[in-house]
Design a protein around this ligand. Structure first.
Ligand code: DOR
Ligand code: ZN
Length: 356
């Protein structure tokens, strides 16, 4: 619990600026159509991850993907997809610069090759993408990083901390003007590095990493719907993430990393990584911030800090949440044409309802 509450502990209602999701997987085709309404219900904008098959590499790819998203929007939805490019060793700096100048793309995504879902086309050798990164530093285009090394000798629970020391810190020393978002941080090392990074550094935190630690995935049976990358860590790291998200620091903002996979691929001998939280994120966040005595800081985390980092206006609308005696209910699954997608279930009752 944080001291110095501005809101009474029994506050039952909160209205905040309409939130954005600064890290979202929408996929494509029938899956896109099934999951998009889950995001547009509450969020005005989202940074759209480019790890499709094949990935969104060029400005032309991003334009086409953006059109497919716009075509899939539910009627009356006012949602703005903020497009990203998937960085490859063949990416052309001029293509990136033109896409940024036209307003088509908001960021470029660095996937170390092999780090996660559909990342095999990502970067093996950072030296090969240095001309792109130099151009991005020059024009102020943010780089979103999947911050994990892929070296097989590095334990999966250490991959984020090792990435910070061996990749991110040297990169930022070399290109101090490069604007970087550490995506989905999961460790106290990530929290600490972001805290010291200055205005050119931001860090997204997912909803699920505020709720689960590695015991939730592994103790008493393996729970594939809690498996994501970066994998949830020890409890002390979850607590560090909670302190960061509720600290009021502008460095941290919401990126759900909501990542749909059909159940057949989650409940599998080699299950896919991803938690699907688009449906219930706002209720879950209100619950977490309420538990931390920080409801007055939910707006900063979900609606203000992200636009400030990305130099975009805050959304004009609002969302209102109310704490009711009866808990929220969500569909257990979203029925997508390729198969059902399980909605993230926190494992405890949540009483914060989004009412408007
Ligand atoms: O859990 C994850 N799922 N982490 C990622 O980095 C990618 C994502 C996906 O695309 O499924
Ligand atoms: Zn992601």
């Amino acid at each position: 619990m944080r001291s110095g509450l501005r809101y009474p502990a029994d506050m039952q209602k909160i209205t905040i600026r309409r939130p954005d999701d600064w890290h979202l997987h929408l996929r494509d085709g029938a899956m896109l159509r099934a999951v998009l309404p889950e995001t547009t219900r509450h969020f005005a904008r989202a940074i759209i991850m480019p790890n499709l098959v094949p990935p969104v590499v060029t400005a032309r790819d991003a334009l086409a993907y953006r059109e497919r998203i716009m075509a899939a929007l539910p009627e009356e939805a006012t949602f703005q997809p903020l497009m990203t490019l998937y960085l490859t060793e063949g990416t052309d700096p001029a293509d990136v610069a033109a896409a940024a100048a036209s307003g088509l793309v908001t960021a470029v995504k660095l996937y170390p090759a092999g780090a996660t879902t559909n990342s095999h086309g990502g970067v093996r050798d950072l030296a090969k993408v240095m001309p792109v990164l130099e151009k991005m530093a020059e024009i102020g285009l943010p780089l979103c990083t999947h911050g994990e090394v892929t070296t097989p000798e590095v334990d999966i629970f250490d991959r984020e901390a090792v990435f910070i020391d061996t990749v991110l810190a040297p990169l930022r020393r070399r290109l101090p003007d490069l604007r970087v978002v550490m995506e989905h941080i999961t460790t106290e090392e990530g929290v600490a590095y972001a805290a010291e990074g200055g205005d050119s550094l931001g860090a997204t935190i997912t909803t699920h990493h505020l709720i689960i630690n590695r015991n939730h995935i592994l103790a008493g049976g393996i729970r594939p719907h809690y498996y994501c990358l970066p994998v949830a860590k020890r409890e002390k790291h979850r607590l560090a993430l909670r302190r960061a998200a509720t600290s009021g620091s502008p460095r941290y903002f919401l990126g759900t990393d909501s990542a749909p996979h059909v159940d057949a691929l989650k409940e599998h001998a080699c299950g896919c990584a991803g938690c699907f939280t688009a449906t219930n994120t706002m209720s879950l966040l209100a619950h977490v911030f309420d538990e931390e005595g920080a409801l007055d800081r939910l707006e900063g985390f979900a609606s203000l800090n992200g636009p400030a980092f990305y130099r975009l206006p805050v959304n004009p609308g609002t969302v209102t949440l109310e704490k009711h005696a009866e808990p929220c209910t969500w569909p257990e699954k979203i029925q997508a044409e390729p198969g059902p997608v399980t909605v993230f279930q926190p494992g405890f009752p949540v009483h914060w309802h989004v009412v408007s």
